[in-house]
Structure formats: C-alpha cells, structure tokens
Design a protein around this ligand. Structure first.
Ligand SMILES: [Zn+2]
Ligand SMILES: [Zn+2]
Ligand SMILES: [Zn+2]
Length: 57
C-alpha cells in the first residue's frame, strides 16, 4: 500500500496541458497554474517552459 498525498491538478490555463502538484502550483484568483506565465495569462506572450506544452496566450 502506498500513500500518495500529492494532489495533482491541471493548470487552469485553457491551452496548457501541464499538471502540477497542488503544493507547487502557482495559485491566483483561486485557480492553480503551473507557472507564473500561465498565472499572468501570458500577457507577455511568453510560453510555458514545459516540454510538449504549447500555451502562450
Ligand atoms: Zn504548460
Ligand atoms: Zn500552465
Ligand atoms: Zn498557459
């Protein structure tokens, strides 16, 4: 039996495919994001730096 207490959530950015642990997520407006870029809504059109993720606002 393994106890997994790391809860995973998908980034709240609609285009982002990343999944982050709640503990490491960037929370903003009650939503969990994988990174600052996503949390800021990609206002600078900077992409999420994760492999395979194409979100950039
Ligand atoms: Zn991402
Ligand atoms: Zn994201
Ligand atoms: Zn994003």
């Amino acid at each position: 039996m393994s106890s997994v207490d790391v809860e995973l959530v998908k980034c709240a950015c609609p285009d982002c495919v990343c999944v982050v642990s709640v503990a490491k997520a960037v929370s903003k407006d009650g939503k969990a994001f994988c990174c600052d870029e996503c949390a800021e809504g990609h206002k600078d059109h900077a992409g999420c730096h994760h492999a395979g993720c194409e979100c950039h606002g």
